[in-house]
Design a protein around this ligand. Structure first.
Ligand code: ADP
Ligand code: TRP
Length: 319
């Protein structure tokens, strides 16, 4: 089974990325041949500074390695190191209905907010479909907000297989972690880099603590039961070690514990869960050559996987 997924390198990874996406990547790397990439081409839709784009791509790679993507098992590579993806992107684009792209979330949201969208953002889902179909993915693990994109990839692969000789592109299955709800940020809205409400996994310790301190809470008194489902409750639920959330949940519903104590607990869980990864991350940041080696060997494996597929695509369309 071939497992393919990517992560855009537009900022530091946060808890939401871990819960929604990266945790699944790590778990799945033993279930088949995993190909994971840093979506640096997609990141160009938001990062317009070359030096920064390069740094973010490197830091995203170091983050994924630190969090447990093991290059001996999974191929980790930069999207742009396999330029064949851009060829497939163009070919697929010739049969993508405009109406699909017009209802793609990222584009629609930007237009709804009155912002000027560009072709890159409009075409984002086509490149993402190419990412998936180029490697003949069987399974694509993603967070909830990426479901529409994977469904587009399936639809367009079907169109391709009807327009041209069938069987060239494989229809991938989608996998969303069932336990993983959308994680709220410190203000209670969806945690996202673009809202400035995230808790970054590899931020300075003082910054992590400051962020946890500022998780929004209401004025429920210490003795009273607390509202279930608030940001602090969901954050605790997401990172409490298995078995430890039950007693928190109980005290939460009973009352008698203040928000300050819960925040301390959240910080303790955070450093227990990510302390090891944070140490590995620091070591990798100091050893860029090791990161680069992993990425180059990953890219070679990805290109080998892509080669027969792009060759069949070229043949099918008459190039
Ligand atoms: P951001 O919104 O911070 O820019 P991305 O859109 O780059 O994050 O998301 C990368 C991956 O992380 C996607 O698979 C997405 O579904 C997942 N993800 C992002 N934010 C969250 C969240 N708050 N809860 C769960 N999953 C998330
Ligand atoms: N769009 C995804 C994100 O927001 C990254 C991505 C690019 C991706 N291409 C993909 C995910 C292909 C899964 C499969 O992070």
């Amino acid at each position: 089974m071939r497992i393919v997924s990517g992560l855009q390198s537009s900022g530091g990874l946060h808890l939401g990325n871990w819960v929604g996406a990266v945790r699944q990547f790590v778990r799945l790397q033993d279930s088949g041949e995993a190909l994971y990439f840093i979506a640096d081409l997609h990141a160009l839709t938001t990062v317009r500074d070359g030096a920064r784009a390069r740094t973010l791509s490197f830091e995203t790679a170091a983050s994924l390695l630190a969090l447990g993507i093991d290059p001996a098992r999974a191929a980790l590579f930069r999207q742009s190191d396999v330029p064949e993806v851009l060829e497939l992107y163009w070919i697929l684009g010739t049969l993508v209905p405009l109406a699909h792209l017009e209802r793609a979330h990222a584009y629609k949201d930007k237009v709804a907010r009155g912002l000027a969208a560009d072709f890159g953002l409009f075409a984002y889902p086509v490149l993402m479909a190419a990412d998936i179909l180029l490697y003949g993915a069987d399974l694509v693990p993603v967070g909830r907000d990426q479901i529409q994109h994977v469904e587009f990839a399936r639809d367009w692969a079907t169109r391709f297989n009807i327009a041209w000789p069938p069987g060239v592109l494989k229809l991938p299955e989608l996998r969303v972690d069932r336990e993983a709800a959308v994680l709220p940020g410190i203000d209670g809205l969806k945690m996202s880099r673009s809202y400035g409400n995230s808790i970054e996994l590899f931020a300075e310790e003082s910054e992590v603590r400051r962020r946890i301190q500022s998780v929004k809470t209401d004025s429920t008194p210490l003795e009273a039961p607390k509202p279930v489902g608030s940001a602090l409750y969901e954050l605790l639920r997401a990172i409490a070690p298995p078995g430890e959330f039950a007693s928190i949940d109980e005290s939460w519903r009973e009352g008698g514990t203040g928000y300050g104590a819960y925040k301390e607990q959240l910080a303790a869980f955070f450093f227990a869960a990510f302390g090891e990864a944070r140490r590995r991350y620091a070591a990798l940041i100091d050893d860029p050559a090791a990161v680069e080696r992993a990425l180059l060997s990953g890219a070679q494996r990805a290109r080998d996987a892509a080669a027969p597929i792009i060759a069949a695509v070229r043949r099918a369309v008459g190039l």
